[in-house]
Design a binder for this molecule. Structure first.
Ligand SMILES: Cc1ncc(COP(=O)(O)O)c(C=O)c1O
Length: 448
């Protein structure tokens, strides 16, 4: 008799962000296999995965090179802590330093995006104590709608209020500015006459808090889960300037945007802005194994140097940080990205898909299409232009899945109706597959 995995799952598994009572009315899908951009469920039904699983399978499914690299490494040395050297971690760190902008060249490995941001926050706080011993710099500014992870520090930086409420009070010292969400500007202004007031707000916050109490700003170059919010081109250059003026570290969270997603290897390259610290995960291994990293500039790294008696070293250990098998996956993944120049495909096919999806704006239910590369939002609205009701958006995403297309959507992020579809397919997407995404989406929207 076939094993009923749904029943076992229902009895024993607790899924993320999920109301288990709804399993009385509908089932979750059992996914069994995948290749390229296509995933297959236990009944053999195929879906075009236009969400790269969870924004992360950048090189696509079924990459034997990554499987082989992990297998070989597991046979040779499955694990040893990163208190000593292992070869794949060293190779991956060197490779990262060679592709990262500027002097981002010191890599601290961990297991996830949350841990990478947790690490960045702690590096920033310790850097504050070391660099400004006569001040009390610990505060960090982030943005509403931004997401940085589920651990307490990263969640405190997160600006998705719905995800935070149940766990408050959070870590002290985190302050949130409004995001550069031009389509529904939270400040009620319009670009460019606004003079990018949302970034100037960050400077005002620094002054109001007292610069001698603030150590960093953390931001996603393009807000991902909070609705794919890509800033005007002058936002990040100005933010860099503000951080420099007040002696703050700029932490860029490239967990989603890194490794080709937006049409550049890293999204900060769109504006020629180098952060002091960059965090990454997802596309670092394309999800084949868990791995995160926090990379700092030479200046940040050197701040932690000193004699043992001074105790300046970064005060954190992570058992599985730099795991040899995960790093071997990372090396093989990066080789694929570089050999196939997948960021270029993301730019080319992304533009093709963006242009096609933009034609949907002629439909009354689509209020905006935005994004960069293969990171595209389709924002839905009611007839009066207000946000489409959450229930209707959820229904549409369900219908897309029934029709063989998986997309993401904003969820558990904002108090208002959640009305934004996220399209972020693997970076190997072809134009034919882009047509399929457009056609299924158009047909489902036409029926609303
Ligand atoms: C921008 C960003 N940062 C951090 C995280 C947290 O990563 P993880 O889920 O691997 O902890 C995510 C996860 O989606 C993310 O989108």
């Amino acid at each position: 008799m076939a094993v009923n995995y749904r029943e076992i799952d229902k009895s024993h598994v607790w899924h993320p962000l999920f109301q288990h009572q709804s399993l009385n009315d509908s089932d979750l899908t059992v996914f069994k296999s995948a290749d390229g951009c296509i995933i297959v469920d236990d009944e053999g039904k195929e879906y075009l995965d236009a969400y790269s699983a969870l924004w992360n399978v950048n090189v696509g499914y079924g990459r034997q090179e990554i499987v082989n690299a992990v297998y070989d490494q597991m046979k040779e040395l499955p694990y040893y802590p990163h208190s000593q050297i292992n070869v794949p971690a060293t190779q991956l760190a060197e490779k990262l330093a060679s592709v990262l902008p500027g002097d981002l060249n010191h890599v601290y490995f961990c297991n996830s995006g949350s841990e990478a941001n947790e690490t960045a926050i702690k590096i920033a706080r310790q850097y504050g104590k070391l660099t400004y011993p006569d001040q009390n710099r610990y505060k960090i500014i982030s943005r509403y709608q931004g997401y940085h992870g589920f651990t307490f520090g990263a969640m405190s930086a997160t600006g998705q209020v719905v995800r935070r409420k149940a766990f408050e009070p959070l870590v002290p010292g985190f302050h949130h500015a409004h995001p550069p969400y031009c389509h529904r500007c939270p400040l009620g202004l319009e670009y460019p006459s606004c003079n990018v007031a949302c970034v100037e707000e960050i400077e005002r916050m620094i002054r109001a808090e007292g610069a001698e109490t603030v150590i960093a700003v953390i931001a996603e170059p393009i807000i991902g889960g909070g609705g794919i919010i890509d800033p005007p081109d002058d936002y990040f250059p100005r933010l860099r300037e503000i951080c420099d003026d007040y002696g703050l570290l700029l932490i860029l969270d490239e967990v989603i945007t890194g490794f080709g997603r937006t049409g550049k290897m890293f999204a900060c390259e769109h504006w020629d802005v180098q952060p002091d610290i960059m965090t990454m995960a997802k596309g670092l291994t394309s999800g084949y194994l868990p791995l995160g990293a926090c990379v700092t500039s030479t200046e940040v790294f050197n701040t932690f140097l000193g004699s043992p008696e001074e105790k300046r070293e970064f005060s954190q250990v992570c058992t599985y940080g730099g795991h040899p098998a995960a790093c071997a996956a990372g090396v093989a993944n990066l080789e694929i990205l570089q050999t196939e120049r997948l960021w270029e495909n993301a730019e080319k096919v992304g533009k093709y898909l963006f242009d096609k999806l933009s034609t949907l704006k002629s439909m009354p239910i689509v209020s905006d299409v935005r994004g960069k590369g293969l990171m595209i939002a389709v924002e839905l609205c009611e007839a009066d232009g207000s946000r489409l009701k959450t229930k209707k958006t959820n229904k549409i995403s369900g219908q897309l899945k029934e029709n063989g297309l998986i997309v993401g959507k904003i969820g558990h992020a904002i108090e208002e109706d959640e009305n934004i579809l996220h399209i972020a397919p693997p970076l190997i997407l072809s134009e034919v597959e882009a047509d399929t995404i457009h056609d299924i989406l158009r047909d489902v929207l036409l029926k609303q």
